[in-house]
Write a protein that binds this ligand. Structure first.
Ligand code: ADP
Ligand code: 5GP
Length: 209
């Protein structure tokens, strides 16, 4: 595929053209990042069960579906060419390559949810989080840490969904991501799940009346 460009200018265009009504409400955007296998999906599933008014953006990806993953619910699974077209048409708020696949956030559904006053969570990797930080500095940025690298590896293996080569890529990338945790507004260690969930709730609902 051709080299994809995800310049700041492209994203700024999205911000000014696609979201004028939502601009004042971008504090409702929540970025949720952390290394693969740390438990982001698990935490978000439990969070949504407790707080059904929260929304989680559904990303597009060129990765193949894992068993049990549902199209349009976990991801929009697309071919690389289709992903490239989404980029070229400016349909993605941010996108990045991760462990050999492309991932991106569709802009339009997000704009609609924010315009409706909904709080929307983007569960995305580090490069995407950095792009969103430039476009929406008001977004709340949360980073989830594992108790240790050993625990992280154990979780990825226990999930049993990734081939050995993919596990190695994810672990190598995890060290880079963890080193950037302090860039984020809040860091949560997902050791005991319930306690991590409570910290997440405290962070999200701290400013509500
Ligand atoms: P991510 O979405 O960050 O890639 P997942 O939510 O898929 O991670 O979790 C990876 C694995 O770790 C899953 O098998 C999940 O059940 C397990 N897991 C998540 N949180 C914890 C925790 N606090 N303690 C032990 N295992 C956990
Ligand atoms: P997985 O393949 O394990 O579902 O996801 C791999 C990584 O891609 C995770 O860190 C996940 O947060 C990230 N990711 C998922 N969707 C997006 C997206 O739309 N944009 C970016 N930048 N990263 C994403």
């Amino acid at each position: 595929m051709a080299v994809l460009s995800n310049s700041t200018a492209d994203r700024a265009t999205f911000r000014s053209a696609a979201m004028p009504a939502a601009r004042a409400k971008t504090g409702r955007l929540i970025v949720f990042t952390g290394p693969s296998g740390v438990g982001k999906g698990t935490l978000l599933r439990q969070l949504l069960a407790r707080h059904p008014s929260l929304r989680v953006s559904v990303s597009a990806t060129t990765r193949s579906p894992r068993s049990g993953e549902v199209e349009g619910q976990d991801y929009y699974f697309v071919e690389r060419e289709a992903f490239q077209q989404m980029v070229e048409r400016g349909e993605l708020l941010e996108w990045a390559e991760f462990a050999g696949n492309f991932y991106g956030t569709p802009a339009q559904p997000l704009a609609q949810q924010i315009a409706l006053g909904q709080r929307v969570i983007l569960e995305i990797e580090l490069e995407g989080a950095r792009q969103v930080r430039q476009t929406f500095p008001e977004a709340l940025q949360i980073f989830v840490l594992p108790p240790s690298l050993e625990a992280l590896e154990q979780r990825i293996r226990q999930r049993g969904q990734d081939a050995e080569a993919a596990i190695a890529k994810r672990l190598a990338r995890a060290q880079v991501e963890i080193a950037a945790a302090s860039e984020f507004d809040v860091q949560i260690v997902n050791d005991d799940l319930e306690s991590a969930l409570q910290q997440l709730e405290a962070t999200l609902f701290a400013e509500e009346p």
